[in-house]
Ligand binder design. Sequence first.
Ligand code: C2G
Length: 133
Amino acid sequence: MKRVITYGTFDLLHYGHINLLRRAKEQGDYLIVALSTDEFNWNEKQKKCYFSYEKRKQLLEAIRYVDLVIPEEGWAQKVSDVKEYHVDTFVMGDDWAGKFDFIQEETAAEVIYLARTPEISTTQIKKDLKLTN
Ligand code: C2G
């Protein structure tokens, strides 16, 4: 069984995320999503999530491509996650291109960056819904 992992906040969940998760799953047979906790998002990414970790986890677990959701509590857990879950392929959107190449040096996993879905983002959704003012 080929195991794939990817990381993210996935708030507000949209079709750009689904495109990423579908293509990540296509890299193997089992997809693990490491979901950023509320604390990690706020402390490390200055992102205030609209949905809590539990709600975002519930949404992700309902997606046919996702097999397991684990918490992402810090930047430094990726190498141990890859080893602990026997991951073959590490996938991120290409806005992260190059940032996680070290995973390939420190583990046996292949690192793949997939093209983002360009026209959609949570920021854009909020702007369009005028939630930002
Ligand atoms: N994504 C995408 N297309 C979009 C928006 C997002 O392909 N229009 C991808 C991102 O490239 C990322 C994943 O969906 O691979 C999740 O995006 P975010 O929730 O924004 O994740 P991010 O805040 O980048 O957190 O340690 C890594 C971080 O947790 C990644």
